[in-house]
Design a protein around this ligand. Structure first.
Ligand SMILES: *Cc1c(COP(=O)(O)O)cnc(C)c1O
Length: 361
Protein backbone atom coordinates (compact mmCIF):
# COMPACT_ATOMS: atom_id res chain seq x y z
CA UNK A 1 0.00 0.00 0.00
CA UNK A 2 1.49 3.31 -1.02
CA UNK A 3 -0.98 5.99 0.03
CA UNK A 4 -3.36 5.96 2.95
CA UNK A 5 -6.32 8.30 3.14
CA UNK A 6 -5.86 11.58 4.94
CA UNK A 7 -8.29 11.04 7.80
CA UNK A 8 -9.62 7.82 9.32
CA UNK A 9 -9.16 4.42 7.74
CA UNK A 10 -9.22 0.72 8.58
CA UNK A 11 -6.49 -1.50 7.21
CA UNK A 12 -7.83 -4.99 6.54
CA UNK A 13 -5.13 -7.65 6.47
CA UNK A 14 -6.43 -10.47 4.28
CA UNK A 15 -3.42 -12.66 5.07
CA UNK A 16 -4.47 -12.49 8.73
CA UNK A 17 -7.99 -13.57 7.71
CA UNK A 18 -6.50 -16.56 5.92
CA UNK A 19 -4.27 -17.37 8.89
CA UNK A 20 -7.26 -17.29 11.23
CA UNK A 21 -9.34 -19.52 8.97
CA UNK A 22 -6.51 -22.07 8.78
CA UNK A 23 -6.10 -21.90 12.55
CA UNK A 24 -9.81 -22.55 13.10
CA UNK A 25 -9.69 -25.49 10.69
CA UNK A 26 -6.65 -26.93 12.50
CA UNK A 27 -7.96 -26.39 16.02
CA UNK A 28 -11.50 -27.60 15.38
CA UNK A 29 -10.76 -30.27 12.79
CA UNK A 30 -14.13 -29.44 11.28
CA UNK A 31 -15.64 -27.75 8.27
CA UNK A 32 -16.17 -24.02 8.63
CA UNK A 33 -19.21 -21.85 8.07
CA UNK A 34 -17.55 -18.42 8.02
CA UNK A 35 -19.80 -15.83 9.62
CA UNK A 36 -19.97 -12.66 7.51
CA UNK A 37 -23.09 -11.00 8.93
CA UNK A 38 -23.11 -7.26 9.66
CA UNK A 39 -20.74 -6.40 6.83
CA UNK A 40 -18.33 -9.15 7.89
CA UNK A 41 -18.17 -7.65 11.38
CA UNK A 42 -17.43 -4.24 9.89
CA UNK A 43 -14.61 -5.53 7.66
CA UNK A 44 -16.63 -5.20 4.43
CA UNK A 45 -19.02 -7.95 3.37
CA UNK A 46 -18.08 -8.38 -0.26
CA UNK A 47 -14.30 -8.04 0.06
CA UNK A 48 -14.22 -10.56 2.88
CA UNK A 49 -16.69 -12.91 1.16
CA UNK A 50 -14.65 -12.78 -2.04
CA UNK A 51 -11.55 -13.79 -0.10
CA UNK A 52 -13.37 -16.60 1.74
CA UNK A 53 -14.92 -17.76 -1.53
CA UNK A 54 -11.48 -19.16 -2.47
CA UNK A 55 -11.61 -21.80 0.26
CA UNK A 56 -14.62 -23.87 -0.86
CA UNK A 57 -16.39 -23.50 2.46
CA UNK A 58 -19.86 -25.06 2.70
CA UNK A 59 -21.55 -21.83 3.87
CA UNK A 60 -21.17 -18.14 4.59
CA UNK A 61 -23.33 -17.22 7.59
CA UNK A 62 -25.48 -14.10 7.12
CA UNK A 63 -28.17 -12.47 9.21
CA UNK A 64 -30.92 -12.10 6.64
CA UNK A 65 -32.01 -12.28 3.01
CA UNK A 66 -30.68 -8.78 2.32
CA UNK A 67 -27.13 -9.81 3.16
CA UNK A 68 -27.52 -13.03 1.16
CA UNK A 69 -28.71 -10.96 -1.80
CA UNK A 70 -25.58 -8.78 -1.64
CA UNK A 71 -23.45 -11.94 -1.81
CA UNK A 72 -25.50 -13.21 -4.74
CA UNK A 73 -25.25 -9.91 -6.62
CA UNK A 74 -21.49 -9.87 -6.15
CA UNK A 75 -21.24 -13.33 -7.69
CA UNK A 76 -20.07 -15.06 -4.52
CA UNK A 77 -20.27 -18.83 -5.03
CA UNK A 78 -20.34 -20.04 -1.42
CA UNK A 79 -23.89 -20.77 -0.28
CA UNK A 80 -25.43 -18.26 2.15
CA UNK A 81 -26.83 -19.65 5.38
CA UNK A 82 -29.42 -17.48 7.16
CA UNK A 83 -28.50 -17.60 10.85
CA UNK A 84 -31.80 -16.61 12.44
CA UNK A 85 -35.55 -16.87 12.00
CA UNK A 86 -36.67 -15.53 8.62
CA UNK A 87 -39.51 -13.11 8.03
CA UNK A 88 -42.39 -14.30 5.83
CA UNK A 89 -41.55 -11.66 3.18
CA UNK A 90 -37.99 -13.00 2.89
CA UNK A 91 -38.84 -16.62 2.25
CA UNK A 92 -39.80 -16.63 -1.41
CA UNK A 93 -36.43 -15.19 -2.36
CA UNK A 94 -34.59 -17.57 -0.05
CA UNK A 95 -36.37 -20.52 -1.64
CA UNK A 96 -35.90 -19.25 -5.20
CA UNK A 97 -32.18 -18.55 -4.74
CA UNK A 98 -31.39 -21.80 -2.98
CA UNK A 99 -30.05 -20.16 0.16
CA UNK A 100 -30.15 -22.25 3.34
CA UNK A 101 -32.50 -21.16 6.12
CA UNK A 102 -32.57 -22.67 9.59
CA UNK A 103 -36.09 -23.62 10.57
CA UNK A 104 -36.94 -21.92 13.85
CA UNK A 105 -40.69 -22.49 14.16
CA UNK A 106 -43.48 -24.69 12.86
CA UNK A 107 -44.93 -21.72 10.99
CA UNK A 108 -41.63 -21.14 9.19
CA UNK A 109 -41.30 -24.83 8.42
CA UNK A 110 -44.79 -24.99 6.91
CA UNK A 111 -44.21 -21.90 4.80
CA UNK A 112 -40.94 -23.26 3.36
CA UNK A 113 -42.62 -26.62 2.80
CA UNK A 114 -45.30 -24.88 0.74
CA UNK A 115 -42.70 -22.87 -1.21
CA UNK A 116 -40.69 -25.99 -1.95
CA UNK A 117 -43.41 -28.20 -3.43
CA UNK A 118 -41.89 -28.07 -6.92
CA UNK A 119 -38.26 -28.27 -5.94
CA UNK A 120 -37.44 -28.99 -2.28
CA UNK A 121 -35.65 -26.38 -0.19
CA UNK A 122 -32.48 -27.42 1.57
CA UNK A 123 -32.84 -26.29 5.16
CA UNK A 124 -31.34 -26.89 8.57
CA UNK A 125 -33.27 -27.41 11.77
CA UNK A 126 -32.58 -25.00 14.63
CA UNK A 127 -32.60 -26.53 18.08
CA UNK A 128 -32.87 -24.33 21.15
CA UNK A 129 -30.59 -25.88 23.77
CA UNK A 130 -30.40 -22.65 25.79
CA UNK A 131 -30.10 -19.58 23.60
CA UNK A 132 -33.80 -18.72 23.68
CA UNK A 133 -33.64 -16.95 20.31
CA UNK A 134 -35.70 -19.33 18.19
CA UNK A 135 -35.60 -23.00 17.36
CA UNK A 136 -37.26 -26.11 18.71
CA UNK A 137 -36.85 -27.24 22.28
CA UNK A 138 -35.29 -30.67 22.88
CA UNK A 139 -38.64 -32.22 23.84
CA UNK A 140 -40.10 -31.13 20.48
CA UNK A 141 -37.23 -32.62 18.49
CA UNK A 142 -38.68 -36.00 17.49
CA UNK A 143 -42.13 -34.56 16.70
CA UNK A 144 -40.60 -32.00 14.41
CA UNK A 145 -38.42 -34.61 12.72
CA UNK A 146 -41.66 -36.51 12.09
CA UNK A 147 -43.20 -33.44 10.47
CA UNK A 148 -40.09 -32.98 8.33
CA UNK A 149 -40.10 -36.59 7.22
CA UNK A 150 -43.55 -36.05 5.70
CA UNK A 151 -42.60 -32.72 4.18
CA UNK A 152 -42.20 -32.85 0.42
CA UNK A 153 -41.01 -29.25 0.15
CA UNK A 154 -38.06 -29.42 2.54
CA UNK A 155 -34.91 -31.49 2.35
CA UNK A 156 -33.28 -31.46 5.77
CA UNK A 157 -29.53 -30.99 5.26
CA UNK A 158 -28.41 -30.13 8.77
CA UNK A 159 -29.15 -29.46 12.42
CA UNK A 160 -27.72 -26.64 14.49
CA UNK A 161 -27.93 -25.01 17.87
CA UNK A 162 -26.26 -21.98 19.50
CA UNK A 163 -24.28 -21.23 22.67
CA UNK A 164 -25.24 -18.22 24.83
CA UNK A 165 -22.44 -18.46 27.43
CA UNK A 166 -19.54 -20.37 25.86
CA UNK A 167 -17.15 -17.62 27.06
CA UNK A 168 -18.77 -17.30 30.51
CA UNK A 169 -20.25 -20.49 31.92
CA UNK A 170 -18.48 -23.81 31.43
CA UNK A 171 -20.92 -26.03 33.25
CA UNK A 172 -23.95 -24.71 31.38
CA UNK A 173 -22.12 -24.96 28.06
CA UNK A 174 -20.91 -28.51 28.80
CA UNK A 175 -24.49 -29.50 29.56
CA UNK A 176 -25.59 -27.96 26.26
CA UNK A 177 -23.00 -29.98 24.36
CA UNK A 178 -24.21 -33.12 26.12
CA UNK A 179 -27.89 -32.49 25.34
CA UNK A 180 -27.10 -31.67 21.73
CA UNK A 181 -24.74 -34.62 21.20
CA UNK A 182 -27.21 -37.06 22.77
CA UNK A 183 -30.03 -35.90 20.53
CA UNK A 184 -27.88 -36.22 17.43
CA UNK A 185 -26.55 -39.64 18.50
CA UNK A 186 -30.12 -40.88 18.83
CA UNK A 187 -30.68 -40.36 15.10
CA UNK A 188 -29.91 -42.88 12.39
CA UNK A 189 -26.49 -42.24 10.81
CA UNK A 190 -26.61 -39.33 8.40
CA UNK A 191 -25.00 -38.79 5.02
CA UNK A 192 -21.52 -37.25 5.18
CA UNK A 193 -22.79 -33.98 3.73
CA UNK A 194 -25.37 -33.61 6.51
CA UNK A 195 -24.14 -30.69 8.64
CA UNK A 196 -24.30 -30.74 12.43
CA UNK A 197 -23.16 -27.57 14.17
CA UNK A 198 -23.15 -25.89 17.54
CA UNK A 199 -20.01 -23.82 18.10
CA UNK A 200 -19.31 -20.15 17.68
CA UNK A 201 -15.73 -18.94 18.29
CA UNK A 202 -15.75 -19.54 22.05
CA UNK A 203 -17.39 -22.92 21.57
CA UNK A 204 -14.84 -24.21 19.10
CA UNK A 205 -11.94 -23.00 21.23
CA UNK A 206 -13.17 -24.29 24.56
CA UNK A 207 -15.24 -27.41 23.92
CA UNK A 208 -15.40 -30.65 21.99
CA UNK A 209 -18.50 -32.25 20.55
CA UNK A 210 -18.95 -35.93 19.68
CA UNK A 211 -21.30 -35.27 16.81
CA UNK A 212 -20.69 -31.97 15.03
CA UNK A 213 -18.86 -31.66 11.72
CA UNK A 214 -19.12 -27.89 11.22
CA UNK A 215 -18.23 -24.79 13.27
CA UNK A 216 -19.54 -21.23 12.90
CA UNK A 217 -16.73 -18.79 13.80
CA UNK A 218 -17.21 -15.05 13.53
CA UNK A 219 -15.05 -13.05 15.91
CA UNK A 220 -12.06 -15.42 15.81
CA UNK A 221 -12.06 -15.35 12.01
CA UNK A 222 -11.42 -11.61 12.31
CA UNK A 223 -8.57 -12.34 14.67
CA UNK A 224 -10.10 -11.60 18.04
CA UNK A 225 -10.42 -14.44 20.52
CA UNK A 226 -13.35 -14.34 22.92
CA UNK A 227 -11.10 -16.29 25.32
CA UNK A 228 -7.98 -14.27 26.17
CA UNK A 229 -5.85 -17.42 26.70
CA UNK A 230 -6.28 -18.25 23.01
CA UNK A 231 -5.61 -14.79 21.57
CA UNK A 232 -2.06 -15.85 20.61
CA UNK A 233 -3.52 -18.22 18.01
CA UNK A 234 -5.06 -15.39 16.01
CA UNK A 235 -4.01 -12.29 14.12
CA UNK A 236 -6.32 -9.26 14.22
CA UNK A 237 -7.53 -8.49 10.71
CA UNK A 238 -8.53 -4.85 11.20
CA UNK A 239 -6.35 -1.95 12.32
CA UNK A 240 -8.08 1.38 12.83
CA UNK A 241 -5.87 4.35 12.01
CA UNK A 242 -5.92 8.10 11.65
CA UNK A 243 -3.51 11.04 11.42
CA UNK A 244 -2.38 13.93 13.57
CA UNK A 245 -4.04 17.00 12.04
CA UNK A 246 -2.58 19.56 14.44
CA UNK A 247 -0.13 19.85 17.33
CA UNK A 248 -0.32 22.70 19.77
CA UNK A 249 0.81 23.68 23.26
CA UNK A 250 -1.65 24.42 26.03
CA UNK A 251 -0.83 25.69 29.51
CA UNK A 252 -1.62 23.93 32.75
CA UNK A 253 -5.18 24.81 33.83
CA UNK A 254 -6.50 25.12 30.27
CA UNK A 255 -9.51 22.97 29.36
CA UNK A 256 -9.69 20.41 26.56
CA UNK A 257 -12.76 19.28 24.62
CA UNK A 258 -16.43 19.37 25.57
CA UNK A 259 -16.90 19.49 29.29
CA UNK A 260 -13.47 21.13 29.69
CA UNK A 261 -11.19 18.50 31.15
CA UNK A 262 -8.62 20.68 32.94
CA UNK A 263 -4.97 20.04 32.06
CA UNK A 264 -2.79 19.14 35.04
CA UNK A 265 0.43 20.26 33.36
CA UNK A 266 1.70 22.28 30.43
CA UNK A 267 0.77 19.98 27.58
CA UNK A 268 1.74 19.31 24.02
CA UNK A 269 -1.56 18.15 22.55
CA UNK A 270 -2.11 16.36 19.23
CA UNK A 271 -5.48 16.56 17.48
CA UNK A 272 -6.40 13.34 15.67
CA UNK A 273 -8.84 13.17 12.78
CA UNK A 274 -11.24 10.56 14.14
CA UNK A 275 -14.20 10.58 16.52
CA UNK A 276 -17.38 8.80 17.47
CA UNK A 277 -18.77 9.70 14.03
CA UNK A 278 -16.28 7.13 12.75
CA UNK A 279 -17.32 4.57 15.34
CA UNK A 280 -14.56 5.25 17.86
CA UNK A 281 -16.77 4.91 20.94
CA UNK A 282 -17.40 8.07 22.93
CA UNK A 283 -17.58 5.86 26.02
CA UNK A 284 -13.77 5.50 25.79
CA UNK A 285 -13.48 9.08 27.11
CA UNK A 286 -11.90 9.35 30.59
CA UNK A 287 -11.04 5.63 30.68
CA UNK A 288 -7.24 5.87 30.45
CA UNK A 289 -7.60 5.06 26.78
CA UNK A 290 -4.43 5.19 24.70
CA UNK A 291 -3.52 5.40 21.03
CA UNK A 292 -0.25 4.39 19.42
CA UNK A 293 1.92 7.00 17.68
CA UNK A 294 5.48 6.09 16.60
CA UNK A 295 5.17 2.83 18.57
CA UNK A 296 4.48 4.73 21.80
CA UNK A 297 1.21 4.63 23.70
CA UNK A 298 -0.17 8.14 24.23
CA UNK A 299 -3.17 8.89 26.46
CA UNK A 300 -6.39 10.53 25.32
CA UNK A 301 -7.18 13.94 26.77
CA UNK A 302 -10.77 14.90 27.47
CA UNK A 303 -13.87 13.70 25.73
CA UNK A 304 -14.07 12.07 22.33
CA UNK A 305 -15.94 14.36 19.92
CA UNK A 306 -17.74 13.46 16.72
CA UNK A 307 -14.83 14.04 14.33
CA UNK A 308 -11.72 14.64 16.44
CA UNK A 309 -9.92 13.45 19.53
CA UNK A 310 -7.10 15.03 21.52
CA UNK A 311 -4.04 13.10 22.63
CA UNK A 312 -1.27 14.01 25.05
CA UNK A 313 2.07 13.87 23.22
CA UNK A 314 4.07 15.83 25.80
CA UNK A 315 6.22 12.75 26.38
CA UNK A 316 6.63 12.10 22.66
CA UNK A 317 8.52 15.16 21.39
CA UNK A 318 9.18 13.48 18.02
CA UNK A 319 5.46 13.48 17.26
CA UNK A 320 4.68 15.57 14.19
CA UNK A 321 1.59 16.70 12.32
CA UNK A 322 0.58 14.07 9.73
CA UNK A 323 1.93 11.24 11.91
CA UNK A 324 -0.17 8.08 11.75
CA UNK A 325 -1.95 7.03 14.94
CA UNK A 326 -3.31 3.53 15.58
CA UNK A 327 -6.53 3.31 17.58
CA UNK A 328 -6.57 -0.48 17.59
CA UNK A 329 -4.74 -3.29 15.81
CA UNK A 330 -2.31 -6.08 16.66
CA UNK A 331 -0.49 -3.97 19.29
CA UNK A 332 -3.56 -2.48 20.95
CA UNK A 333 -6.44 -4.88 20.98
CA UNK A 334 -10.06 -4.19 20.31
CA UNK A 335 -10.69 -6.37 23.37
CA UNK A 336 -8.80 -3.89 25.59
CA UNK A 337 -10.83 -1.03 24.12
CA UNK A 338 -14.11 -2.86 24.52
CA UNK A 339 -13.41 -3.45 28.21
CA UNK A 340 -12.67 0.24 28.72
CA UNK A 341 -15.78 1.23 26.77
CA UNK A 342 -17.95 -1.18 28.75
CA UNK A 343 -18.90 -3.18 25.68
CA UNK A 344 -17.72 -6.21 23.67
CA UNK A 345 -15.32 -6.47 20.72
CA UNK A 346 -18.16 -7.52 18.40
CA UNK A 347 -19.87 -4.18 18.96
CA UNK A 348 -16.74 -2.06 18.43
CA UNK A 349 -15.96 -3.78 15.12
CA UNK A 350 -19.49 -3.58 13.76
CA UNK A 351 -19.89 0.09 14.74
CA UNK A 352 -17.03 1.41 12.58
CA UNK A 353 -18.95 3.70 10.24
CA UNK A 354 -18.87 4.01 6.43
CA UNK A 355 -16.91 7.27 6.76
CA UNK A 356 -13.89 5.12 7.58
CA UNK A 357 -12.23 3.94 4.36
CA UNK A 358 -11.46 0.24 4.31
CA UNK A 359 -8.09 -0.56 2.73
CA UNK A 360 -7.35 -4.18 1.82
CA UNK A 361 -3.94 -5.73 1.49
C1 LIG B 1 -22.99 -14.47 15.12
C2 LIG B 1 -23.15 -15.93 15.26
C3 LIG B 1 -22.03 -16.77 15.34
C4 LIG B 1 -20.60 -16.26 15.42
O1 LIG B 1 -20.28 -15.98 16.76
P1 LIG B 1 -18.81 -15.50 17.21
O2 LIG B 1 -18.91 -15.46 18.68
O3 LIG B 1 -18.60 -14.16 16.61
O4 LIG B 1 -17.86 -16.51 16.71
C5 LIG B 1 -22.24 -18.13 15.35
N1 LIG B 1 -23.49 -18.64 15.32
C6 LIG B 1 -24.60 -17.85 15.29
C7 LIG B 1 -25.94 -18.49 15.26
C8 LIG B 1 -24.46 -16.48 15.28
O5 LIG B 1 -25.55 -15.72 15.24
Amino acid sequence: MTTSPPRAWAEIDLSALQHNLRTIQRVSQKEVMAIVKAGAYGHGLIKIARELDKFSLPFLGVANAGEARLLHEAGIQTRPYILGATLPQEREEIAARDWTPCLCSLEELKHFDALGQDSPIQAHLALDTGMGRGGFLPHQFYDILGVLKNSKGIQLTGIGSHLPVADEDQSFTRAQFEIFDSLIESLPTQRADFHVHLSNSAGLLGYRSRTTNLVRPGLSLYGISPLSEEQHLFRPVMSLKTRVSLIHHLPQGHGVSYGRTILQRDTRAAILAIGYGDGYPRSLSDRSTEVIIRDIRCPLLGRITMDQIIVDVTDLPECREDDVATLFGPELSVTELSQKAGTIPWEILTQITPRVDRLYF
